[in-house]
Design a binder for this molecule. Structure first.
Ligand code: KIV
Length: 255
């Protein structure tokens, strides 16, 4: 049965974990879907792993729409969530509605994800939810703020920043998000957030107490040249592909 945001929320109440991974193309999205992944995120991390940028900042709405369309063509069951990229939602309420609406209208995805829990974001999310656009939140390390926070660093490591993240998460829940990504925060804080919220928390580098886990699929598969310290690759596809291509090249050169 195709997943809905209600299925994802129910999982928390039934004590079942949510499995989420990223995709940016048709082929891989189809494999993840066949494997039974609950949520496929077209993350703006595609800017780094698919497009070769150093950060997610250069990613555009056109990039996200292009990749999300390909992913949606490959998915039959999973809930597809698409990141709104940097500066596609922060400048006004109208901009956030038009960007989120474009994702749903043009790609076939069921929800969007936005970073941050500042009051203006909470207001924008409240409006998106009111007009029928499901929103996933994202707090802790928010990569679109990489330069503000001085790198891809763990967040919520002091009592003051813990309090800020906790307050943001509660405000986002009140605004109507259906799930919340917790990125690169201490596991004790993630456990506290998971207990305090009725919606599922989806962790990445946030310990094992979250209601679900998400990884960038290229990191999971060992394809990336670099991956964050909290990632445990489950395969080494980079070396498998290297060996395969070199074997093919050796054959061709011997003909
Ligand atoms: O862009 C992305 O892939 C993400 C995940 C790391 C949660 O936001």
């Amino acid at each position: 049965m195709a997943r809905t945001i209600q299925h994802i929320i129910q999982k928390k109440h039934q004590g079942e974990r949510v499995v989420a991974l990223t995709a940016s193309d048709y082929l891989l999205a189809g494999v993840l879907d066949q494997a039974g992944v609950d949520i496929i995120l077209v993350g703006d991390s595609l800017g780094m792993v698919t497009l070769g940028y150093a950060t997610t900042l250069p990613v555009t709405m056109d990039d996200m729409v292009h990749h999300a369309k390909a992913v949606c063509r490959g998915v039959k069951q999973a809930l597809v969530v698409v990141d709104l990229p940097f500066l596609s939602y922060q400048s006004s309420l109208e901009q956030s509605i038009l960007s989120a609406g474009r994702i749903l209208k043009e790609t076939g995805a069921q929800a969007v994800k936005v970073e941050g829990g500042q009051p203006f974001m909470v207001e924008a999310i409240e409006r998106l939810v009111q007009i029928g656009i499901p929103v996933m939140g994202h707090v802790g390390l928010t990569p679109q703020s990489v330069h503000q926070v001085g790198g891809f660093r763990r967040q919520g490591t002091t009592p003051e920043t813990e309090e800020i993240i906790l307050a943001q998460a509660l405000a986002l829940e009140r605004a109507g998000i259906f799930a919340l990504v917790l990125e690169h925060i201490p596991s004790s804080l993630a456990a506290q957030l998971t207990k305090s919220l009725a919606i599922p928390t989806i962790g990445i580098g946030a310990g094992t107490s979250c209601d679900g886990q998400i990884l960038v699929t290229a990191d999971l598969l060992g394809l990336s040249e670099w991956h964050p310290p909290f990632v445990k690759p489950y395969a080494n596809l980079r070396s498998l592909i290297l060996d395969t291509v070199q074997a093919f090249a050796a054959d061709v050169r011997s003909y």
